[in-house]
Each structure stands twice: as C-alpha cells, then as structure tokens.
Design a protein around this ligand. Structure first.
Ligand code: TNX
Length: 478
C-alpha cells in the first residue's frame, strides 16, 4: 500500500483525492501531447527517466498505457498556472489552460512516484497557486557561480513550482554581466570577488543560455544591477564615473553603503541608459530590478532623482521596475514592484497602488544560519530553521497591505560568506521548499505539523539526488 499522496507533495495542492488502483510505468509507456507541446513533453520525459529509470517516448497518440498532456482553452477556470491531474490504472491525464500549468502538473506527477518505484497511486488533483511570484535570488556578485551551476539551481527551483530567479549581478565586489560598449565593467569589475576569491562574468551568450534554460522550465529570470549604491565594482572599472575622474581600487571586503553613482558626473546618465537597455534587451521576462538598497552615501534628493531616472529608463523599454523597499522614497509607478526585506514601515509608505515581493529577512534570508551553532551562515537577521521559514503569512507583515497587493514571495541568498556552490545549496535546501509552499498553498490549508513529514520526504529525495542539503529536518531513522 502506497503512502497517502498528501504525505509526499510540496507544495500542497488545493485538492488531492486518493482513488483505488495505481499506474505503472512500463517499457512502452508513452507521453501523448499535441505537436505544439512536444518541447515541454520532452522535458517531462527526461525528468521521468530520472525517476522511473526509462524515458517515455513523446507521441501524438497511443493505444497502450500513457500520460497525456493537454492544453485546453476551455479550462480558464484553472488560471494561468493551475492544472488538473487524474491518475488511473492505464492513463494519467494532466490538463491545463497553459503550458505553464502543464509543467506545474508534471512537477506534482514526479513527486507522486514513491522512491525506487515506477508507480503512481491513483489520484485526482486540482491545483493552482496563491501568488504568481514565487522566487529565489542568487547573489552572483559577492561570489560568482557558473552557468552550469545556475542551470542546476534553476532545475531545483522548478522542482517546487518556483517561477522566478532573481540574479543579483553587480555589487561593490563584482560586476557579472557583459554590457555592450563597456568592456571594462567585466574585464576589471568581474575579475575578483569577496575575500579575493576568483571572479567571473556572463557574456551575452552565457546570459542567453541562462534565460533560455529558465524559460523552458517556466522560470522568469529577473536581472538586477544594483544602483546608485553597491557600485564600487563599476566605479573601479570606469574612471569617468567618479567625480574626480579617478577610479577607486577594487573592493573585496564585506562592508555596505560606501559607494554611490552620481548624476552630477556627466557620464552617469549614458551609463545608466546603456545598462538598463542591455538588461531589457537580453531578458525575455517583463522585469528589470535596479537594486536601490542601502544607498547610505547618496544624499536623499539625489537618491530620489536617481530612482526616478531608473524607473523612466526601465519603462522606456516596456519593462516593469523592481527595487528594494528603499525605493519608496521616490514617486513610484503602479507597475513598479517593491521588494520588502527589512523595515515594514519603509515598504508600507509606497503608494496605495504599489504591489510587493515579500522577502522579510527574518523568514527568507537563507544566508542566515539554520541553527545558531552552524558552521555556515550569518546571524544578523536571526537563525532561520525550517519552521521559521515556513510558519508565516505574507499578508500579515505590511500594515494595510492586503492579499491583492502581494505579488508573492522570494528568498534571497546573499553570498558574502558563501564560497562554494555546495555551501550555497546547503543554505538554500531544504528551506526553499518551505518558501515554495508559503507562495503556493492557501494560508488556511497550511500547518507546520502537516508540512514537516512532507518536508522530510522531499529532503530525502533531494539528498538521494546528490543535493547537499541541511539535513536536520529529516527525522533520524527515516
Ligand atoms: C543586506 S538585503 C543587503 C545585502 C547584504 C545582505 C546580507 C539588501 C537589500 N541588502 O547587500 O548582502 O544584507 O545578509
């Protein structure tokens, strides 16, 4: 007898009903999909191969046992990301109004197969997310991660139906994205990292590979170039961005708030226009993140003027600006998203039209320690164990901000103290599974007691797949 499917799924779907029987993947099990959806079906086939040991053929129709993926215009009731999954003895059907919905349904299918089996317990699932923005941020500026590492990170996000990858591409310690016409940014600013560790940067071709890989897995990449503060790498690369025309040395420490771009330096406006244009042109998603945090050495009026310029430049390219909560000092367009991280009152002073991405540091900053005595992680926002990462309501943080004004949730991984990708994964997992359910499942349907064994189940699977997880959440002996 298989475990109740409700004990293996993260995030928990809206409705799960067990049925009698089960579906067995065999040598001739196929995936049936219309030709227009074969690219998605092939990715699902590859993921199934990793779980059941053989790769289903993708076909237009099949007489024998099969998994059918159907996009149906008539199922607008499922929304842009929802799906219905019905698993019986000879057929599994996933239907959705969009390919993104199909993809989400396929993530559930993979989690329904008990480890070391090729069997799906018969079940009926109807599902859809609470919030549209369910993300993780990787700081590739303080320490650099390769395209292959970012691809692996994307795979792990997609496993939990996350759909935003925010990449923090510049900071005092490094500049990581090629900008046409400004080769010094990467050649100089990309050459190092915090602590003098090796640098690195993404060429336009690398960047295209990242955004394409993410797009195929229904993950929207959100690029961030942080301005006007957190800009020493740029100032060190381009002397003309400095008031005295002298470039400061590259910085490899961990202080924040000492650098600033200035609009009274003539080159700055062209720099800003070119950087925003490059991000907008090379990113298919609708968002450009401009940072805006901790500009402690920018005067207030200069900061407001800077944010307004950034917002206008982003809008000129038809994109929506995202910025850390400090941007509420400036007048904001209704399409601008405010990312809350530290001070609820700073975020909440945004106009009544503003919407928010919720990254409260005490719940979502996965550069914090899991437990106070851990080797890895920082302390300033407090230790974040799995229950702390799970047991909060995004609508209960900002006074006067209701559900409709919350775009969703995101967990940042800052990397001042994270030197290897293995350490990045150990800080991220399994806490990111907690965040995924916060973003997906209705508040009233979530309890830590119901979640804890499901978290243990998905963590065991991550460990079996070679992901270096923080394992204390897995009950001993299981
Ligand atoms: C605050 S969060 C920062 C980052 C640091 C992080 C370290 C934010 C918008 N700024 O620059 O890396 O704390 O935890």
């Amino acid at each position: 007898m298989d475990a109740d499917p409700r004990t293996t799924l993260v995030p928990l779907p809206r409705s799960v009903e067990s049925r009698e029987g089960s579906f067995e993947f065999g040598p001739s099990t196929a995936i049936v999909a219309a030709a227009a959806h074969h690219d998605v079906a092939e990715l699902v086939a590859a993921d199934l191969e990793a779980v059941v040991g053989r790769r289903p053929a993708v076909v237009l129709s099949a007489a024998g046992a099969h998994v059918e993926l159907i996009v149906h215009d008539g199922r607008a009731d499922l929304g842009s990301e929802g799906y219905e999954l019905l698993a019986g003895d000879d057929r599994i059907g996933i239907v959705a109004a969009t390919e993104h919905g199909l993809w989400n349904g396929s993530r559930t299918l993979l989690q329904l197969i008990p480890p070391d089996t090729a069997r799906v317990p018969a079940v009926h699932v109807v599902d859809g997310p609470r919030f549209e923005w369910r993300g993780a941020m990787l700081d590739v500026a303080r320490h650099f991660f390769t395209v292959a590492e970012v691809r692996r990170f994307i795979d792990l996000l997609a496993r939990f139906k996350l759909d935003r990858l925010h990449l923090h591409l510049s900071d005092d310690q490094g500049w990581r994205l090629e900008i046409p016409g400004w080769p010094a940014l990467t050649q100089v600013g990309g050459s190092t990292a915090t602590g003098g560790d090796p640098g690195g940067w993404y060429s336009i071709a690398d960047w295209n590979e990242i955004v394409r890989y993410a797009e195929q897995r229904f993950v929207t990449v959100v690029p961030e170039i942080d301005m006007p503060g957190h800009t020493n790498a740029a100032l060190a690369s381009v002397a003309g961005l400095n008031p005295d025309g002298v470039a400061p040395p590259l910085y490899t420490g961990t202080e924040v708030g000492f650098s600033s771009l200035r609009l009274d330096v003539p080159l700055t406006r062209r720099f800003v226009a070119d950087v925003i244009a490059a991000m907008a042109a090379s990113t298919p998603g609708p968002y450009v993140h401009i940072g805006g945090d901790e500009a402690h050495s920018t005067e207030h009026a200069a900061y407001v003027e800077f944010v307004e310029l950034l917002q206008a430049e982003v809008a000129r390219h038809g994109k929506h600006m995202v910025g850390w909560e400090e941007i509420t000092a400036a007048p904001l367009l209704a399409t601008t998203l405010v990312q809350h991280w530290l001070k609820a009152d700073t975020a909440a002073r945004a106009p009544a039209t503003s919407r928010f991405v919720m990254s409260p540091s005490a719940r979502t900053y996965f550069d914090m320690k899991h437990a106070p005595d851990d080797r890895l992680g920082r302390r300033w926002a407090g230790a974040i164990d799995a229950a702390t990462a799970y047991d909060w309501d995004p609508t209960a943080i900002l006074p006067g901000v209701d559900e409709a004004r919350i775009a969703g949730v995101e967990a940042p991984l800052w990397t001042e103290k994270v030197r290897t990708f293995d350490d990045a994964l150990t800080l991220t997992f399994p806490r990111l599974a907690c965040l995924a359910e916060v973003g997906w499942t209705a508040q009233a349907a979530r309890t830590w007691d119901h979640f804890a064994p499901r978290l243990a189940a998905v963590t065991r699977r991550l460990v079996a797949d070679g992901v270096p997880c923080y394992e204390s959440v897995v009950p001993s002996g299981s």
